[in-house]
Design a protein around this ligand. Structure first.
Ligand SMILES: Nc1ncnc2c1ncn2[C@@H]1O[C@H](COP(=O)(O)OP(=O)(O)OP(=O)(O)O)[C@@H](O)[C@H]1O
Ligand SMILES: [Mg+2]
Length: 233
């Protein structure tokens, strides 16, 4: 699965098994994947096939049992926890199925959370937050708390939070899982726009082929291996 262009992410022989009672559970089995800068990738596959596991490994939230993960050509197993934390905070943006917004904070405050670690009270971060919230149609809802936002609005706040530090790589795990069709399509439009206009590289896990088809490549994870599914495009 080699592609021309400079590789942002490169996985080589990545395997992952979990210690289950009795036999170990093998989830990923020698995954090779190169994601070039500017690419958008959809990962599809049955429930339990390891899509979240794979995304978490790319996002350095989990480590492979075997194999190598490189980011911009650097082997991540050589990074210490501080370096990994910096990479996650400044270079990657995460959107999870359950958006994990803090209920006591407003939309604007939630969006600014990733900036608190490395650049607290940076007015450019706030400016960016306003611009992004406006872009996702939430300018007038910036002071609302998650409880008073709709599912689609919360998901958009979570996306803005993932983008606030201008990541090179966006990792999204079922970002439209909790949304109705029209909200999902709205979020899919936004992802395509971020990829096409802003050049954000992204890996998006989705059960929805409508979302997957918005990405440059569709990869299917099944029986621990990835395969290209151009036929689904
Ligand atoms: N921490 C863990 N310990 C043991 N087994 C785990 C752990 N995390 C995941 N698994 C198992 O690994 C397999 C893959 O899980 P994963 O969450 O990656 O699947 P998925 O493809 O994201 O599924 P879904 O589409 O339902 O979200 C599952 O069988 C799951 O039960
Ligand atoms: Mg999952």
């Amino acid at each position: 699965m080699e592609r021309p262009g400079s590789a942002l992410v490169h996985l080589e022989g990545v395997s992952k098994s979990y210690e289950a009672p009795g036999v170990p559970l093998a989830v990923l089995n020698g995954i090779n994947l190169t994601v070039a800068e500017g690419e958008s990738i959809a990962i599809v596959g049955p429930s339990g096939s390891g899509k979240s596991t794979l995304l978490n490994i790319v996002g350095t939230l989990d480590t492979p049992t075997k194999g190598r993960v490189c980011f911009e050509g650097q082997d991540l197993s050589q990074f210490d926890e501080t370096q990994l934390a910096y990479l996650r905070n400044r270079r990657m943006g995460f959107v999870f199925q359950l958006h994990h917004l803090l209920p006591q904070c407003t939309a604007l405050e939630n969006v600014l959370i990733p900036t608190l670690v490395t650049r607290p009270k940076d007015s450019r971060a706030e400016q960016m937050a306003y611009l992004l919230l406006e872009r996702v149609g939430l300018k007038d809802r910036q002071n609302a708390k998650p409880a008073s936002l709709s599912g689609g609005e919360r998901q958009r706040v979570a996306l803005v939070r993932a983008l606030i530090n201008e990541p090179s790589l966006l990792l999204a795990d079922e970002p439209t899982g909790a949304l109705d069709y029209s909200s999902s399509m709205g979020l899919a439009d936004l992802l395509s726009e971020l990829n096409h206009n802003d050049g954000v590289t992204m890996i998006v896990v989705s059960h929805s082929l409508d979302i997957a088809r918005r990405m440059n490549r569709i990869l299917e994870l099944r029986d621990g291996t990835l395969r290209e599914r151009d036929d689904l495009k």
